[in-house]
Design a protein around this ligand. Structure first.
Ligand SMILES: Nc1ncnc2c1ncn2[C@@H]1O[C@H](COP(=O)(O)OP(=O)(O)OP(=O)(O)O)[C@@H](O)[C@H]1O
Ligand SMILES: [Mg+2]
Length: 238
């Protein structure tokens, strides 16, 4: 039987300014699943993803492969859960693309040769190897997005968590990303407005609205349910 990769029970989150972003949220993801999180702007998708590797914390509502997210477990959780932020600016802070993609592997204590190999293969996967010595800050938005994805691939996580991975990508690189994500067999959780990407990659879909999961099921069933999508300001297909 498949293992639980992510278990969330009754997760509530209120930002310091009093904005309630998540309400009584339950979600289970099994190892090997690819789950699409869809929903209107402000639904809470990004807030939920930020909880999966402890960037936002509450007590004991989330388990990753059975582990609570505690101070002691945080390094282990972060090595297992690779999170790509919605805004790539939040992911890139080193002098060069190579250093940004190597930051995680170096931090994990990987040997120098292995760091170089991991960085090269991650950059190749997002078609950015020729940018290795460039400054991340001077890239276009789409190029930054691809490097941000590489910063996580280079860590070989067990759960890949992507927030709007296809936004700002040109058609060629969006297609290549979809191809790459299809090829990767690890557990994937993807928040996106790109429902074509969801239909190609995700086995299951959860709709978030106003901080709650309002529907979840097989991707094909959810994406074909036009009245359900319309109730949550979503639309798919002709
Ligand atoms: N740092 C913050 N402080 C206060 N409120 C916040 C903060 N970040 C997000 N919010 C609020 O929390 C709610 C959920 O936002 P979130 O970014 O999780 O939505 P989302 O579903 O990812 O939206 P989008 O589709 O636009 O990316 C929104 O009402 C938003 O205004
Ligand atoms: Mg978001």
């Amino acid at each position: 039987m498949a293992r639980n990769a992510v278990e969330i029970k009754d997760l509530n989150y209120v930002y310091p300014d009093g904005t309630r972003a998540l309400s009584h949220l339950d979600l289970h993801v099994f190892e090997g699943e690819a789950v699409g999180l869809i929903g209107p702007n402000g639904a809470g998708k990004s807030t939920l993803l930020l909880h999966l590797n402890g960037i936002l914390r509450t007590d004991h509502q989330i388990r990753i492969f059975g582990l609570d997210i505690t101070d002691n477990n945080l390094p282990m959780i972060r090595s297992r859960v690779g999170l790509v932020f919605q805004d790539p600016e939040h992911q890139l802070f080193m002098p060069t693309v190579f250093d940004d993609v190597g930051f995680g592997p170096v931090n994990m204590g990987m040997k120098k040769d292995d760091v170089v190999r991991s960085v090269q293969s991650a950059l190749e996967e997002v078609d950015m190897l020729s940018f290795a010595e460039r400054s991340s800050h001077h890239l276009s938005v789409g190029e930054k997005k691809r490097v941000a994805i590489a910063t996580v691939l280079s860590m070989h996580p067990q759960i890949l968590v992507l927030d709007e991975p296809s936004s700002n990508l040109d058609p060629k690189h969006r297609r290549e990303l979809i191809h790459l994500l299809k090829k990767l067999t690890l557990t994937k959780i993807i928040a996106t407005h790109d429902l074509d990407l969801v239909s190609e990659i995700c086995t299951r879909v959860a709709i978030l609205d106003k901080g709650r999961i309002v529907a979840a099921g097989p991707a094909s069933a959810i994406l074909q349910n036009k009245p359900l999508l319309a109730r949550h300001d979503l639309d798919y297909g002709a």
